[in-house]
Design a protein. Structure first.
Length: 379
């Protein structure tokens, strides 16, 4: 993620864990998304038509025409294999640039992966750049032509209840399409890495296989992403890096994680996608060979006893330290936006940019205080 704030686990319902009876599996082998730090760290069957508010003109479509929407994007979605894992990707341009998840390519041997296009053609692709904090990567296929780039839509315009399609290669079944809705927006998810449990070492939903699962479980600390779109469109192993599409045939998210239950690795209606607006920012930097910027406040936090984000540690020389924030302070709002728990703080900081000045309200020894901090680059 993009902050130095490491939220500790308290078991709140909205948290998602990689352990126990319920788990969200993000397949973060090879370094993963990074410690969970505040870096800057409905009735779906109620009729034959559905609507979306994701454009200036609301589009109403008959459910029987979802095939037409899928056909607009299917040629832009590819399958990716690394030798030890598999996933999906979305064609960005005619040059062969493809966006996928970092965890999909992190198991690659060397700097290349294999790509299978919608028409069955195969190619080798070089890993151009990765950003573990946002779980995004760009690969470039060689020796290909007549590619159909996807159109990235404005994820900020998506509303809860909007119909979406998920396209990818779940379980190696290329060209699969599922339908659902946007269930929620601006979700923060966190996986808690624990000691490996032999009973939990199952193939990872996002194509990592048993070896990748073991590597993930051996990492310490928590790993977080914020600002995600939640969907009930079925997403399963192999969908990672695939497209979440609106009813205008635009990609509004890159599928990245699912919430699973018990020993099952399958879909239970809780999937998460990286919003296309974030994808645009990251892939533009990766294609240009630039470092992806991540804002950081520089604190680790847990839940406050009466709400808010309790500061456990402050990084020396960080934005928080320079602003005078101390261990034991309870942050209650940032820029007037309430901080009810550590996830809220993670989300608001990650939603900022390096150099942003943020007004932070907190309590210290029962007294209300306010400071201004300038977000720094995450370490």
């Amino acid at each position: 993620m993009a902050t130095d704030e490491r939220p500790a686990s308290t078991g709140r319902g909205r948290r998602i864990f990689v352990a126990g009876a319920a788990a969200v599996l993000i397949a973060l082998a090879g370094g993963g998304i990074g410690a969970a730090t505040v870096l800057a760290m409905d009735d779906r069957d109620g009729g034959s038509t559905v609507r979306t508010g994701n454009s200036s003109v609301t589009r109403v479509v008959d459910r029987s025409s979802l095939a037409q929407i899928a056909s607009q994007v299917q040629d832009s979605v590819v399958s990716i294999t690394t030798g030890s894992g598999e996933g999906s990707g979305v064609v960005l341009n005619a040059n062969g640039d493809i966006v996928t998840n970092n965890h999909v390519v992190s198991t690659a041997q060397g700097n290349t992966v294999n790509v299978i296009f919608a028409d069955g053609k195969k190619a080798t692709a070089q890993i151009i750049g990765t950003d573990p904090r946002t779980d995004l990567a760009v690969i470039r296929a060689s020796g290909v032509s007549d590619l159909k780039p996807a159109t990235l839509g404005d994820s900020a315009q998506m509303q809860v209840g909007d119909t979406v399609l998920a396209l990818g290669s779940p379980l190696g079944l290329e060209g699969s399409v599922t339908a659902g809705i946007i269930s929620a927006k601006d979700r923060t998810i966190r996986s808690e890495s624990e000691q490996p449990n032999p009973q939990d070492q199952q193939p990872n939903p996002f194509g990592g296989g048993q070896q990748q699962q073991q590597q993930q479980q051996q990492q310490s600390g928590s790993q977080s992403m914020s600002g995600l779109l939640q969907t009930d469109a079925p997403i399963n192993p192999g969908n990672s890096g695939g497209a979440l599409v609106n009813t205008n045939g635009q990609v509004i998210g890159i599928n990245s994680a699912i919430y699973t239950s018990g020993g099952s690795q399958g879909n239970i209606g809780l999937g998460f996608a990286i919003p296309s607006n974030k994808v645009k920012q990251v892939v533009d930097s990766l294609i240009a060979g630039k470092k992806v910027s991540h804002p950081a406040l520089g604190v680790s936090v847990t839940e406050g006893e009466n709400g808010g984000a309790l500061v456990r540690t402050v990084t020396e020389g960080s934005a928080a330290a320079k602003a005078g924030i101390q261990q034991g302070d309870v942050i209650t709002s940032v820029n007037g936006k309430s901080v009810n728990d550590s996830d809220d703080l993670v989300g608001v900081i990650q939603g900022g940019a390096v150099g942003d000045k943020v007004t932070i309200a907190f309590t210290r020894d029962g007294a209300q205080k306010t400071v201004t901090a300038t977000l720094a680059e995450a370490g």
